[in-house]
Design a protein around this ligand. Structure first.
Ligand code: GLU
Length: 519
C-alpha cells in the first residue's frame, strides 16, 4: 500500500553526547533504505528533554556522520562552523519546532476531545503511588486518578495551578479495552493489550512535549513513510499508534532493528569507551570498515559476500534481509574486515591513510621519502588490522630499536652462538653490494625491496649452509636486531626496506649494536 507514497525516512537522535554504535546502525539502515528506494532521508534532532542535552554533541554528531559518508537530504548541517538547516519540513530541531505551537495545539485538541486529560498529581503523590505498586509487585503505572475528574474539579484545579503560576501536565488516555497491533516490517505482527499500556504524559508542565507526542506529530508533519529504529522502541510503538488514531492520522510503517549484544549475549554497555563511534575511528578503523561491520549487525545479504562498498550496499539493501535475532558485536570480526580492506589497498594508499597515525605516535614521517613510507606500508599491510597499530609496529623503520638483549637469543640457541651468528652477518653485509639494485629500481621501491630481499636471502642462506648453522639461530637474531620485536615481517624484507632508505650501513650498525648488547 505504501508503494505509491514517496519514501521518506528519518534518523531522530537525542543529542546527549557521543554517537553510539547502535545509533550509527539505525542511521545507516535508514540511509540505505532511503537511497535504495530513491527516497529521502532526514535528520531530526529530538531535544525535548532539555536536562539531558550535552553541549557540542550536535556538531560532533554531524561531523561523525559526514566522516562516515551517511548523508541527510534534509535537516541540520554545518557550514562555516555554524549549524544550519535545509529542507522544506523544518525546523528539524524539536526545541525550535515547539515555537510553532504544534505540540501544544494537538495536545489541547486531544484534551478537548477527551482523548487526553490534565493531570494535577504532585511528584510526591506519584512517588508514593510508585512505591506502593513496587511493594505489591505490580508494574509501575499511573493510576489514572485525574482521568475521571468532573468538569468542575478540572476548572477549580486549573484555577489553583494558575494562581500558583504552574501548569498541569497532559496525559494521553489509553483506551481501557481492546488491543493494538504493530505490523512491523521486520518482526511481523505484535499485539499489545491496551490495558497494560500506561497513560503516558504527552505534554510536560514546561510546555515541552514528551517523546511520544513529539515523535508522532513530527513524523506526521514531516510526511515520514517509514520509521526505522532500534527494537527497544517496540513497547512505545502501540502508544504511538493510538496517538495517530486519536488524531485521525495515518501512521507510518515501522521497522524495528534487532538488539545489539556482546559476544557473551550481555547487553551492550552504554560506556563511551566500548560503543562510541568516535573511539572506533580514533582507534584506526576506517569509515568504510566500520560501515561494513555495522551493516552486518542485523542485515544479512543472504550471499557469501562479506565486503561491500557503500554503493553496493545501497544496491543490495533490503529490509526483508534484516534479522529478528540479536546481532552480536564481535570485535574479531571487525579486525578481520579491517584486515581485508587494508589488503586491497596499494602501498601508496595505505601510506596516506597511515600518515596521521604515524604522526600521532610521534614519528616524524616528513623526514622520510614517500618511497620509503610506501614500502613500509606495503610490507605491513598483510598483517595490519587497525591503522592505529602502525606506530608501535613500524617504529624501528624510523629509529634504531631498543630491546632486551635476551630477546636476541633464539629458543634453541645460546648467547655465544648468537653472538657468533651476528658477527658473521656483519661481515656478510659488509661484503654485499646492494647499490646496483638501488639504481636500477629507484622508481619502483616495491620492486627494489623484493629484489633486494631475494638477494639478501640468497646470501644469508648460503652463509647458513656454509657455516652449518640452523636457520633459527641466524634468522631470529637478525630479525630482532633490526626490529627489536618478537613479531614482525620477515628479516629479509625488513633488511631490504631499511636498505632502501638508510642503506646497508644501517643494517650493519644494528647488527653491531646487537653484538655489543650481548656483552
Ligand atoms: N529520540 C529517540 C532516540 O534517541 C528516537 C527514537 C525514534 O526513532 O523514534 O533514539
Amino acid at each position: 500500500m505504501i508503494q505509491t507514497k514517496t519514501i521518506r525516512t528519518r534518523f531522530a537522535p537525542s543529542p546527549t553526547g557521543f554517537v553510539h554504535i547502535g545509533g550509527l546502525r539505525t542511521a545507516l539502515f535508514a540511509f540505505l533504505f532511503a537511497r535504495s528506494k530513491h527516497g529521502t532521508n532526514l535528520l531530526r534532532i529530538e531535544d525535548t528533554d532539555q536536562n539531558r542535552l550535552v553541549e557540542g554533541s550536535l556538531e560532533n554528531m554531524l561531523s561523525v556522520f559526514q566522516t562516515m559518508g551517511i548523508e541527510f537530504d534534509e535537516g541540520p548541517y554545518v557550514e562555516n562552523g555554524k549549524i544550519k538547516q535545509k529542507g522544506e519540513y523544518g525546523p528539524y530541531i524539536q526545541s525550535e519546532r515547539k515555537e510553532q505551537g504544534l505540540y501544544q495545539k494537538y495536545a489541547e485538541q486531544l484534551v478537548a476531545e477527551k482523548k487526553a486529560y490534565y493531570c494535577f498529581c504532585s511528584e510526591e503523590r506519584l512517588d508514593e503511588m510508585r512505591k506502593e505498586q513496587v511493594a505489591l509487585k505490580k508494574p509501575p503505572m499511573y493510576d489514572r486518578r485525574c482521568r475521571n475528574l468532573t468538569a468542575d474539579d478540572i476548572q477549580k484545579q486549573l484555577a489553583d495551578f494558575n494562581l500558583a503560576g504552574k501548569n498541569p501536565v497532559i496525559r494521553f488516555a489509553i483506551p481501557l479495552e481492546g488491543s493494538t497491533v504493530i505490523h512491523d516490517l521486520i518482526y511481523g505482527d505484535i499485539t499489545y493489550e491496551n490495558k497494560i499500556l500506561d497513560d503516558q504524559i504527552i505534554l510536560k508542565a514546561d510546555g515541552f512535549p514528551t517523546y511520544h507526542l513529539a515523535v508522532v506529530v513530527d513524523d506526521h508533519f514531516m510526511e515520514i513513510s517509514h520509521v526505522i529504529r532500534g527494537e527497544e522502541w517496540i513497547p512505545s510503538t502501540p502508544k504511538h499508534l493510538l496517538i495517530y488514531e486519536a488524531l485521525g492520522w495515518q501512521p507510518t510503517e515501522f521497522a524495528h532493528l534487532p538488539l545489539i549484544v556482546n559476544p557473551d549475549k550481555t547487553k551492550l554497555s552504554k560506556r563511551q569507551g566500548d560503543v562510541a563511534v568516535e573511539d572506533y575511528l580514533k582507534a584506526g578503523y576506517s569509515p568504510e570498515v566500520l560501515i561494513n561491520f555495522i551493516v552486518m549487525l542485523g542485515w544479512n545479504p543472504k550471499t557469501e559476500q562479506e565486503i561491500f562498498s557503500l554503493q553496493q550496499l545501497i544496491e543490495q539493501f533490503d529490509l526483508a534481509k534484516v534479522n529478528k535475532s540479536n546481532a552480536v558485536l564481535d570485535k574479531n570480526k571487525l579486525d578481520w574486515i579491517s584486515g581485508q580492506y587494508i589488503k586491497t589497498k596499494t602501498g601508496k594508499e595505505i601510506a596516506e591513510l597511515l600518515k596521521p597515525f604515524w604522526q600521532e605516535a610521534g614519528i616524524k614521517v616528513a623526514k622520510f621519502s614517500e618511497e620509503y613510507l610506501k614500502a613500509i606500508a606495503a610490507l605491513e599491510k598483510e598483517r595490519l588490522k587497525k591503522l592505529s597499530e602502525i606506530g608501535e609496529r613500524t617504529k624501528y623503520f624510523f629509529e634504531a630499536p631498543d630491546y632486551d638483549a635476551s630477546l636476541l637469543i633464539w629458543k634453541k640457541s645460546d648467547k655465544e652462538k648468537t653472538k657468533q651468528a651476528l658477527s658473521d652477518l656483519v661481515i656478510l653485509f659488509e661484503n654485499m653490494d646492494l647499490s646496483a639494485f638501488a639504481k636500477a629500481t629507484a622508481d619502483d621501491p616495491l620492486h627494489f625491496v623484493s629484489v633486494t630481499a631475494e638477494t639478501i636471502e640468497k646470501w644469508v642462506k648460503k652463509m647458513i649452509a656454509d657455516k652449518n648453522y640452523d636457520n633459527g639461530s641466524v634468522l631470529w637474531p637478525l630479525r630482532v636486531s633490526l626490529t627489536g620485536l618478537d613479531k614482525s615481517p620477515g628479516p629479509f624484507e625488513v633488511a631490504a626496506t631499511l636498505a632502501l632508505a638508510l642503506g646497508k650501513e644501517e643494517i650493519i650498525k644494528r647488527l653491531n649494536t646487537a653484538v655489543v648488547k650481548l656483552g
